[in-house]
Design a protein around this ligand. Structure first.
Ligand code: SF4
Ligand code: SF4
Length: 440
């Protein structure tokens, strides 16, 4: 798939592509530098090639085959969080997220790494994310590992440090797996309460379903309280966001097709997503599948129906009665909500409707916490720097809890607060809303 753009000097007139992946928009950059101050990696390192403008220059040079994908080029591109903060401030409308995802896919094609790395990627991107039943089995195994005390033994004995590759980092970031009841699938239909507002289909996700099943249940309850009949399409699984983010382009396409197939089996006014990375990715299905004649039109239609949970709920005042939640919270904007979907005010408008809740603003609330898909595993040093920056801002607010809307951010910030021995809790926005509706 080659895309037409203006002014590429070395290829056929007006065409520029990175081995079939779209880099449409790369020439829109006018090098103004307005994005530099918003880029977390540039803020930390101060080097042009770790800024959006520098990376765009690298991607353009790669696409025009003027430079090779050397170790140095790869490291500057790999260090990008794909947080898309640069997109938000760019006056020229450079679609940076698409460019970096194309570049990361190209890096995986050219530099797939050692057999162990490839096996590890296949286990995660191919086997676990692609097969919900295998993921559920793995979750049950991990729950046993944690609940039996084996995890404690592995950590306290130091065995974890002799595991190969990035396994020690993965082990350290393993979230606590909830009991089986919380990992159970949602029922296929939940009835609306009160006057009917809409019929909505909910994405239950892959990692979300096994780690944060409670958030999915809260989502269904809060939607029902707000007059929505909730349907949960069978056969849904991973939307492919993690694959796309990690350069696994072919499987990302496959998972997008499967998601569309699953959701087309139900009739709904909107598809509701409570995880930011998934929502931003599903809204881009039209672009992702533009070259697939069997899916292009369906993908565009599907993408137009996707709504972030906060975006949807904030469309009308919350229905009462709402009980007081007398705590002070601050709000961390997940990158793929605030930058990927341009949703900034809606979560705050929802929080403002909870009686008794005090909300204090967070400095750099829309800066990445370092989670960024699997970035905290692949780039642990930069991820840790950004996490410390985030946690110090959270602690400075004096809030008792930080609210956000993405599983990756929740796990990352929880780990950062725990490292600071802080008692500040991390809550999903929907947990707080659910609590205002009386959930324990
Ligand atoms: S703000 Fe946009 S146009 Fe300006 S340098 Fe950054 S990406 Fe290029
Ligand atoms: S996506 Fe984020 S880390 Fe990457 S260049 Fe843009 S602002 Fe910087």
């Amino acid at each position: 798939m080659a895309h037409t753009i203006q002014g590429s000097p070395t290829q056929s007139p007006g065409r520029l592509a990175l081995h079939g992946l779209s880099v449409e928009g790369v020439n829109q950059c006018v090098h103004c530098g307005l994005c530099l101050a918003s880029c977390p990696t540039f803020a930390e390192l101060g080097t042009e090639m770790d800024s959006p403008r520098g990376r765009i220059f690298l991607i353009k040079s790669l696409a025009e085959e003027r430079i090779a994908l050397t170790d140095s080029v790869a490291s500057h591109l790999s260090l990008c969080l794909d947080c898309r903060a640069c997109e938000t401030v760019c006056p020229a409308g450079v679609p940076y997220g698409r460019l970096i995802e194309a570049a990361k896919a190209e890096m995986e094609r050219v530099r797939p790494g050692s057999p162990l790395r490839r096996l590890f990627r296949w286990l995660n991107f191919g086997l676990l994310l692609g097969h919900p039943r295998i993921l559920a089995l793995a979750a049950a195994g991990l729950r046993l590992y944690q609940a039996s005390g084996l995890q404690f033994l592995v950590r306290s004995s130091g065995i974890v440090r002799i595991l190969p590759g990035t396994l020690p980092a993965w082990e350290a970031l393993l979230p606590p797996l909830p009991p089986r009841a919380e990992r159970a699938p949602l029922p296929p239909r939940i009835a609306a309460e009160g006057a009917r507002r809409a019929r909505v289909a909910v994405l239950t996700g892959c990692v979300q379903a096994v780690v944060f099943g409670a958030h999915n249940r809260s989502t269904a309850r809060v939607l029902a309280k707000n007059g929505c009949e909730v349907v949960v399409p069978e056969g849904q699984g991973c939307c492919g966001a993690l694959n796309a983010h990690g350069g696994d382009h072919a499987r990302a396409l496959d998972l997008a097709r499967r998601t569309i197939d699953a959701f087309e089996t139900v009739r709904a006014d909107a598809v509701i997503v409570n995880t930011s990375g998934c929502g931003a990715h599903m809204k881009a299905y039209g672009h992702l599948l533009a070259a697939d004649p069997a899916y292009a039109e369906r993908a565009t239609r599907f993408a137009a129906s996707v709504r972030d949970l906060a975006e949807f709920l904030a469309g009308e005042p919350l229905r009462g009665p709402l009980s007081p939640v007398p705590i002070t919270v601050t709000y961390h904007d997940p990158c793929h909500v605030v930058h990927g979907q341009k949703i900034r005010n809606e979560p705050r408008r929802l929080l403002a409707q909870i009686p008794g809740l005090k909300v204090v603003e967070l400095t750099e609330s829309d800066w990445c916490c370092g989670s960024a898909g699997i970035y905290n595993l692949t780039q642990p040093e930069m991820a840790t720097r950004l996490l410390h920056r985030k946690v110090s801002h959270i602690l400075a607010t004096g809030a008792g809890a930080v609210v956000t809307a993405n599983p990756g951010c929740i796990l990352q910030i929880q780990a950062g607060l725990a490292a600071h021995r802080s008692g500040v809790r991390v809550l999903h926005l929907v947990e707080l809303l659910d609590r205002a509706y009386g959930a324990q």
